[in-house]
Design a protein around this ligand. Structure first.
Ligand SMILES: C[S@@+](CC[C@H](N)C(=O)[O-])C[C@H]1O[C@@H](n2cnc3c(N)ncnc32)[C@H](O)[C@@H]1O
Length: 265
Protein backbone atom coordinates (compact mmCIF):
# COMPACT_ATOMS: atom_id res chain seq x y z
CA UNK A 1 0.00 0.00 0.00
CA UNK A 2 1.50 3.28 -0.99
CA UNK A 3 -0.93 5.75 0.50
CA UNK A 4 -2.40 6.25 3.94
CA UNK A 5 -5.90 4.80 4.17
CA UNK A 6 -8.59 7.43 4.36
CA UNK A 7 -11.65 7.25 6.52
CA UNK A 8 -14.20 4.92 4.95
CA UNK A 9 -17.71 6.32 4.87
CA UNK A 10 -20.32 3.58 5.10
CA UNK A 11 -23.24 5.98 5.45
CA UNK A 12 -23.01 6.81 1.74
CA UNK A 13 -22.97 4.31 -1.12
CA UNK A 14 -19.51 3.46 -2.41
CA UNK A 15 -19.02 2.52 -6.06
CA UNK A 16 -16.52 -0.23 -5.39
CA UNK A 17 -18.81 -1.86 -2.81
CA UNK A 18 -21.86 -1.49 -5.11
CA UNK A 19 -19.98 -3.28 -7.87
CA UNK A 20 -18.95 -6.00 -5.40
CA UNK A 21 -22.65 -6.50 -4.61
CA UNK A 22 -23.46 -6.60 -8.34
CA UNK A 23 -20.90 -9.41 -8.73
CA UNK A 24 -22.29 -11.38 -5.79
CA UNK A 25 -19.52 -10.43 -3.34
CA UNK A 26 -19.88 -9.91 0.40
CA UNK A 27 -18.26 -6.50 0.96
CA UNK A 28 -21.30 -4.25 0.56
CA UNK A 29 -23.35 -2.37 3.15
CA UNK A 30 -27.12 -1.70 3.14
CA UNK A 31 -26.63 1.78 1.57
CA UNK A 32 -24.74 0.23 -1.34
CA UNK A 33 -27.32 -2.47 -1.91
CA UNK A 34 -30.22 -0.01 -1.70
CA UNK A 35 -28.90 2.02 -4.62
CA UNK A 36 -28.27 -1.06 -6.76
CA UNK A 37 -31.66 -2.55 -5.89
CA UNK A 38 -33.37 0.68 -6.92
CA UNK A 39 -31.88 0.35 -10.41
CA UNK A 40 -32.47 -3.41 -10.50
CA UNK A 41 -36.18 -2.78 -9.94
CA UNK A 42 -36.24 -1.29 -13.45
CA UNK A 43 -33.68 -3.67 -14.95
CA UNK A 44 -33.06 -6.89 -13.01
CA UNK A 45 -30.43 -7.65 -15.63
CA UNK A 46 -27.92 -5.20 -14.11
CA UNK A 47 -26.38 -8.04 -12.09
CA UNK A 48 -25.80 -10.03 -15.28
CA UNK A 49 -24.52 -6.88 -17.00
CA UNK A 50 -21.88 -6.44 -14.29
CA UNK A 51 -20.89 -10.09 -14.64
CA UNK A 52 -20.66 -9.74 -18.43
CA UNK A 53 -18.45 -6.68 -17.97
CA UNK A 54 -16.19 -8.58 -15.60
CA UNK A 55 -16.05 -11.53 -18.03
CA UNK A 56 -14.97 -9.15 -20.80
CA UNK A 57 -12.15 -7.89 -18.56
CA UNK A 58 -11.02 -11.45 -17.85
CA UNK A 59 -11.05 -12.42 -21.55
CA UNK A 60 -9.09 -9.29 -22.44
CA UNK A 61 -6.43 -9.91 -19.76
CA UNK A 62 -6.13 -13.55 -20.79
CA UNK A 63 -5.74 -12.56 -24.45
CA UNK A 64 -3.10 -9.92 -23.66
CA UNK A 65 -1.07 -12.23 -21.42
CA UNK A 66 -1.33 -15.38 -23.48
CA UNK A 67 -1.38 -14.18 -27.07
CA UNK A 68 0.32 -10.78 -26.97
CA UNK A 69 2.83 -11.42 -24.19
CA UNK A 70 1.92 -8.42 -22.03
CA UNK A 71 3.43 -8.68 -18.54
CA UNK A 72 2.44 -5.33 -16.96
CA UNK A 73 -1.05 -4.12 -16.13
CA UNK A 74 -2.20 -0.74 -14.84
CA UNK A 75 -5.78 -1.32 -13.73
CA UNK A 76 -7.45 2.02 -12.93
CA UNK A 77 -10.89 1.89 -11.31
CA UNK A 78 -10.01 -1.65 -10.32
CA UNK A 79 -12.69 -2.04 -7.65
CA UNK A 80 -12.33 -4.40 -4.69
CA UNK A 81 -10.53 -7.70 -4.98
CA UNK A 82 -13.01 -10.20 -6.37
CA UNK A 83 -12.84 -13.63 -7.97
CA UNK A 84 -10.54 -13.79 -11.00
CA UNK A 85 -8.59 -10.67 -10.18
CA UNK A 86 -6.38 -9.35 -12.95
CA UNK A 87 -3.23 -10.66 -11.25
CA UNK A 88 -4.75 -14.10 -10.76
CA UNK A 89 -5.77 -14.34 -14.41
CA UNK A 90 -2.45 -13.01 -15.73
CA UNK A 91 -0.17 -14.86 -13.29
CA UNK A 92 -1.90 -18.17 -14.01
CA UNK A 93 -0.46 -17.77 -17.52
CA UNK A 94 2.77 -15.88 -16.69
CA UNK A 95 3.78 -15.97 -13.03
CA UNK A 96 6.02 -12.91 -13.48
CA UNK A 97 3.12 -10.65 -14.58
CA UNK A 98 2.92 -7.40 -12.56
CA UNK A 99 -0.29 -5.56 -11.71
CA UNK A 100 -0.95 -2.16 -10.17
CA UNK A 101 -4.49 -1.64 -8.95
CA UNK A 102 -5.67 1.97 -8.69
CA UNK A 103 -9.01 3.17 -7.35
CA UNK A 104 -10.27 6.36 -5.73
CA UNK A 105 -12.45 4.48 -3.24
CA UNK A 106 -10.59 4.19 0.08
CA UNK A 107 -12.32 0.85 0.70
CA UNK A 108 -9.67 -0.73 -1.52
CA UNK A 109 -6.94 0.09 0.98
CA UNK A 110 -8.57 -2.18 3.56
CA UNK A 111 -7.95 -5.16 1.32
CA UNK A 112 -4.73 -3.89 -0.14
CA UNK A 113 -2.51 -4.65 2.80
CA UNK A 114 -3.23 -8.37 2.92
CA UNK A 115 -3.24 -8.65 -0.86
CA UNK A 116 0.11 -6.95 -1.29
CA UNK A 117 1.68 -9.00 1.49
CA UNK A 118 0.26 -12.27 0.26
CA UNK A 119 1.04 -11.89 -3.42
CA UNK A 120 4.14 -10.97 -5.33
CA UNK A 121 4.21 -8.35 -8.04
CA UNK A 122 1.17 -6.38 -6.94
CA UNK A 123 0.72 -2.80 -5.81
CA UNK A 124 -2.46 -1.07 -4.70
CA UNK A 125 -2.63 2.70 -5.11
CA UNK A 126 -5.28 5.17 -4.04
CA UNK A 127 -5.60 7.47 -7.04
CA UNK A 128 -8.08 9.32 -9.20
CA UNK A 129 -8.50 9.12 -12.95
CA UNK A 130 -9.30 12.83 -12.91
CA UNK A 131 -5.65 13.40 -11.90
CA UNK A 132 -3.76 11.03 -14.21
CA UNK A 133 -0.31 12.52 -13.67
CA UNK A 134 -0.54 11.74 -9.95
CA UNK A 135 -1.25 8.12 -10.84
CA UNK A 136 1.79 7.96 -13.13
CA UNK A 137 3.96 9.51 -10.42
CA UNK A 138 2.66 7.36 -7.57
CA UNK A 139 5.47 5.46 -5.83
CA UNK A 140 3.67 2.12 -6.22
CA UNK A 141 3.32 2.64 -9.96
CA UNK A 142 6.95 3.70 -10.36
CA UNK A 143 8.17 0.80 -8.24
CA UNK A 144 6.39 -1.95 -10.12
CA UNK A 145 5.99 -0.82 -13.73
CA UNK A 146 8.74 -0.36 -16.29
CA UNK A 147 7.56 2.30 -18.73
CA UNK A 148 10.11 1.16 -21.32
CA UNK A 149 8.15 -2.08 -21.73
CA UNK A 150 4.55 -2.38 -22.98
CA UNK A 151 1.81 -1.90 -20.41
CA UNK A 152 -1.87 -2.77 -20.66
CA UNK A 153 -3.93 0.14 -19.38
CA UNK A 154 -7.26 -1.12 -18.03
CA UNK A 155 -10.08 1.41 -17.81
CA UNK A 156 -12.94 -1.00 -17.40
CA UNK A 157 -16.32 0.37 -16.33
CA UNK A 158 -14.78 3.45 -14.78
CA UNK A 159 -14.80 6.31 -17.31
CA UNK A 160 -18.55 6.86 -16.94
CA UNK A 161 -17.76 8.08 -13.43
CA UNK A 162 -15.49 10.82 -14.75
CA UNK A 163 -17.50 13.92 -15.76
CA UNK A 164 -17.00 15.73 -19.08
CA UNK A 165 -15.84 18.75 -17.06
CA UNK A 166 -12.78 16.73 -15.99
CA UNK A 167 -12.14 15.88 -19.67
CA UNK A 168 -11.64 12.12 -19.41
CA UNK A 169 -10.50 12.02 -23.08
CA UNK A 170 -7.47 14.13 -22.22
CA UNK A 171 -6.81 12.05 -19.09
CA UNK A 172 -6.75 8.85 -21.17
CA UNK A 173 -4.48 10.49 -23.74
CA UNK A 174 -2.05 11.59 -21.01
CA UNK A 175 -1.88 8.06 -19.60
CA UNK A 176 -1.35 6.52 -23.05
CA UNK A 177 1.34 9.07 -23.90
CA UNK A 178 3.35 7.75 -20.95
CA UNK A 179 3.29 4.19 -22.34
CA UNK A 180 5.59 2.85 -25.07
CA UNK A 181 4.41 1.53 -28.46
CA UNK A 182 3.09 -2.01 -28.13
CA UNK A 183 1.00 -0.98 -25.11
CA UNK A 184 -2.73 -1.62 -25.02
CA UNK A 185 -5.93 0.04 -23.85
CA UNK A 186 -8.74 -2.14 -22.48
CA UNK A 187 -11.89 -0.09 -22.01
CA UNK A 188 -15.56 -0.51 -21.24
CA UNK A 189 -18.15 2.19 -20.65
CA UNK A 190 -21.85 2.15 -19.76
CA UNK A 191 -24.05 3.91 -22.32
CA UNK A 192 -27.63 4.70 -21.40
CA UNK A 193 -27.93 7.23 -24.23
CA UNK A 194 -30.77 5.39 -25.93
CA UNK A 195 -32.47 3.97 -22.85
CA UNK A 196 -34.95 6.52 -21.57
CA UNK A 197 -36.48 4.58 -18.71
CA UNK A 198 -33.31 3.02 -17.37
CA UNK A 199 -31.41 6.30 -17.77
CA UNK A 200 -34.10 8.13 -15.78
CA UNK A 201 -34.11 5.51 -13.01
CA UNK A 202 -30.34 5.46 -12.84
CA UNK A 203 -30.01 9.24 -12.81
CA UNK A 204 -32.60 9.46 -10.06
CA UNK A 205 -30.96 6.75 -7.93
CA UNK A 206 -27.47 8.24 -8.24
CA UNK A 207 -28.64 11.87 -8.15
CA UNK A 208 -30.46 11.33 -4.85
CA UNK A 209 -27.12 10.36 -3.31
CA UNK A 210 -25.19 13.14 -5.09
CA UNK A 211 -23.16 10.72 -7.21
CA UNK A 212 -22.61 11.86 -10.75
CA UNK A 213 -23.01 9.27 -13.48
CA UNK A 214 -22.00 10.22 -17.01
CA UNK A 215 -23.58 7.30 -18.80
CA UNK A 216 -25.41 9.46 -21.32
CA UNK A 217 -22.40 9.25 -23.65
CA UNK A 218 -23.06 7.77 -27.07
CA UNK A 219 -21.09 5.03 -28.77
CA UNK A 220 -19.37 7.68 -30.92
CA UNK A 221 -18.29 9.65 -27.85
CA UNK A 222 -16.99 6.47 -26.23
CA UNK A 223 -15.20 5.60 -29.49
CA UNK A 224 -13.21 8.84 -29.17
CA UNK A 225 -11.23 7.29 -26.30
CA UNK A 226 -9.57 5.06 -28.93
CA UNK A 227 -8.49 7.92 -31.21
CA UNK A 228 -4.96 7.39 -32.53
CA UNK A 229 -4.94 3.71 -31.53
CA UNK A 230 -5.45 0.55 -33.55
CA UNK A 231 -8.79 -0.84 -32.43
CA UNK A 232 -8.62 -4.64 -32.59
CA UNK A 233 -11.37 -6.94 -33.86
CA UNK A 234 -14.29 -6.99 -33.27
CA UNK A 235 -14.07 -3.24 -32.57
CA UNK A 236 -16.17 -1.37 -30.04
CA UNK A 237 -19.05 -3.71 -29.27
CA UNK A 238 -21.21 -4.74 -26.33
CA UNK A 239 -19.29 -6.68 -23.67
CA UNK A 240 -21.15 -9.90 -24.49
CA UNK A 241 -20.12 -9.58 -28.15
CA UNK A 242 -16.40 -9.13 -27.48
CA UNK A 243 -14.74 -12.43 -28.40
CA UNK A 244 -17.29 -14.29 -26.33
CA UNK A 245 -17.82 -18.03 -26.12
CA UNK A 246 -20.27 -19.16 -28.76
CA UNK A 247 -22.74 -20.26 -26.14
CA UNK A 248 -22.81 -17.00 -24.16
CA UNK A 249 -26.13 -15.13 -24.22
CA UNK A 250 -26.08 -12.07 -26.46
CA UNK A 251 -28.37 -9.87 -24.36
CA UNK A 252 -28.36 -10.06 -20.58
CA UNK A 253 -29.69 -6.65 -19.57
CA UNK A 254 -31.18 -3.46 -20.92
CA UNK A 255 -27.99 -1.76 -19.82
CA UNK A 256 -25.58 -1.23 -22.70
CA UNK A 257 -21.89 -1.51 -21.89
CA UNK A 258 -19.52 -0.97 -24.81
CA UNK A 259 -16.13 -2.67 -24.74
CA UNK A 260 -13.02 -2.56 -26.84
CA UNK A 261 -9.32 -3.32 -26.90
CA UNK A 262 -6.78 -1.28 -28.84
CA UNK A 263 -3.04 -1.20 -29.51
CA UNK A 264 -0.75 1.80 -29.39
CA UNK A 265 1.51 1.58 -32.45
C1 LIG B 1 -17.91 -0.59 -11.80
S1 LIG B 1 -16.40 -0.65 -10.91
C2 LIG B 1 -15.36 -1.47 -12.09
C3 LIG B 1 -14.34 -2.45 -11.49
C4 LIG B 1 -13.47 -3.18 -12.50
N1 LIG B 1 -12.70 -2.24 -13.32
C5 LIG B 1 -14.31 -4.03 -13.41
O1 LIG B 1 -14.73 -3.55 -14.46
O2 LIG B 1 -14.55 -5.21 -13.10
C6 LIG B 1 -15.84 1.03 -11.01
C7 LIG B 1 -14.71 1.38 -10.07
O3 LIG B 1 -14.16 2.63 -10.47
C8 LIG B 1 -13.84 3.37 -9.31
N2 LIG B 1 -13.79 4.80 -9.69
C9 LIG B 1 -14.83 5.63 -9.96
N3 LIG B 1 -14.38 6.85 -10.31
C10 LIG B 1 -13.03 6.79 -10.27
C11 LIG B 1 -11.99 7.75 -10.52
N4 LIG B 1 -12.29 9.00 -10.87
N5 LIG B 1 -10.72 7.36 -10.36
C12 LIG B 1 -10.42 6.09 -9.98
N6 LIG B 1 -11.35 5.14 -9.73
C13 LIG B 1 -12.64 5.49 -9.87
C14 LIG B 1 -14.94 3.02 -8.33
O4 LIG B 1 -14.54 3.27 -7.00
C15 LIG B 1 -15.15 1.54 -8.62
O5 LIG B 1 -14.36 0.73 -7.81
Amino acid sequence: VTETPLEIDTTRPGLARMYDYLLGGSESHPVDRALVDEIAATDPGVFAAARANRDFLIRAVRYLTEEVGIRQFLDIGSGLPTQDNVHAVAQAIASEARVVYVDNDPTITVHAESLVHAEKNIEVVLGDLGRPQEILDAPGVRRLLDFDEPVALLLVAVLHFVPDAEDPWTAVRLLLDALPPGSYLVLSHVSLAELDELAATTDRAFGKRSIELNANRTKAQIGRFFEGLELLEPGLVETTEWRAEQTAPRRVSDMVIYAGLARKN
